[in-house]
Design a protein around this ligand. Structure first.
Ligand code: NAI
Ligand code: MG
Length: 336
């Protein structure tokens, strides 16, 4: 029996979550879904966007599924990542048929450091002697521990998932101390995995932004610092055709949260127009994390079939089906 904390959140978060639970309930796996509130509506009702009770539930669970929040998204998701120390952000770049993917057969994983780098929020104003603001600074922190932890995670992921190569991305020619350290640690970890047959290479982030467009198939697993990972993973989402399709995972030492990359989409909320695939594929990542590999595979294949057929898909994919109709179609195709 798996305890799953379920936070539908706001807007289409609720709709894609319903569509996803419809799939999970069809699997022959024992789940205990523990529902919890967070987001804009929760804040209106209770005056807090992320109640302590929700954090409690999430900490008790084996994994957490999160839909989307609205304007309070940063308060909710950033805090959840901190509370649970979810240090690795996994963003797969995988092309599915029947979508706006720019390339066929793309399949690589971006592993982004989630706890430090440019996003520690340590900013300051620069002032002249009269106190006028003349500029601002942002501190960027790279530590040995966090770099080691994320590189180790990426190589271990490669090994366990039959991947052949890990690419470390940085800007060590300019950011000599911070990214110099990240690059050094990347190769220390790489050395350990050489004997396991995992190759390694490194590129500058600017060159990588181009390579993702010119030769994306050369990537297998990418590991990088927080800001670079944020930017490159959105570029990756663009490569494979849109927000309605892109799942993600936030992984800690013994906790994990899975969520579609998209937000609450107020423009289409409440109308059954949302594509449920991003959330369903987030649940697939959760099944993999729980070591339910066969179930994960079965749901992934069912999604693939429905997308290929293009008969029962939502408006963003050129179809006319509702969120739940698409979920039902996927459910029917599951062979598990
Ligand atoms: P968004 O991802 O909600 O929507 C962007 C565009 O993509 C919209 O046109 C929307 O209709 C479309 N879209 C998104 N998901 C879709 C799906 N599953 N199927 C079909 N179309 C889809 O981002 P936006 O508009 O920037 O933000 C809306 C709200 O969501 C804001 O309040 C923002 O703070 C919040 N947000 C929350 C996130 C989270 O909870 N992790 C992430 C991003 C935004
Ligand atoms: Mg982003």
């Amino acid at each position: 029996m798996y305890k799953i904390a379920v936070i539908p959140g706001d807007g289409i978060g609720k709709e894609v979550m319903e569509a996803t639970l419809n799939i999970l309930k069809a699997l022959n796996i024992d789940f205990d879904f523990m529902f919890a509130d967070a987001g804009d509506e929760c804040k209106e009702k209770t005056s807090v966007a992320l109640p302590d009770k929700t954090i409690e539930i999430v900490k008790k669970a084996d994994a957490c599924l999160f839909g989307a929040a609205g304007e309070t998204a940063a308060d909710v998701i950033v805090r959840l990542r901190q509370e649970m120390d979810l240090f690795a952000n996994l963003r797969p770049v995988k092309s599915y048929p029947g979508t706006n993917s720019l390339f066929d057969d793309l399949d690589f994983m971006i592993v982004r450091e989630n706890t430090e780098g440019m996003y520690i929020g340590d900013e300051d104003y620069i002032k002249d002697e009269l106190g006028n603001v003349t500029g601002a600074t942002a501190k960027r922190v790279i530590t040995r521990d966090a770099s080691e932890r994320i590189c180790e995670y990426a190589f271990k992921y490669a090994k366990e998932n039959n991947r052949k190569k890990v690419t470390g991305i940085h800007k060590a020619n300019v950011l000599k101390k911070t990214d110099g350290l990240f690059k050094k640690i990347f190769y220390e970890v790489a050395e350990k995995y050489k004997t396991e047959g995992i190759e390694s290479e490194d590129f500058y982030v600017d060159a990588t932004a181009m390579y993702l467009l010119t030769r994306p198939k050369s990537f297998d697993v990418i590991v990088t610092t927080n800001l670079f990972g944020d930017i490159l993973s959105d570029e990756g989402a663009g490569l494979v055709g849109g927000l309605g399709l892109i799942p993600s995972a936030n992984i800690g030492e013994d906790r994990a949260l899975f969520e579609p990359v998209h937000g609450s989409a107020p423009d289409i909320a409440g109308k059954g127009l949302a594509n449920p695939v991003a959330c369903i594929l987030s649940a697939v990542m959760m099944l993999e994390y729980l070591d339910e590999k066969e179930a994960a595979n079965a749901v992934d294949k069912a999604v693939l079939k429905v997308l290929s057929e293009k008969k029962t898909v939502t408006g963003d994919l050129g179809g006319k089906s509702t969120t739940m109709e698409m979920s039902e179609a996927i459910k029917e195709k599951i062979e598990f």
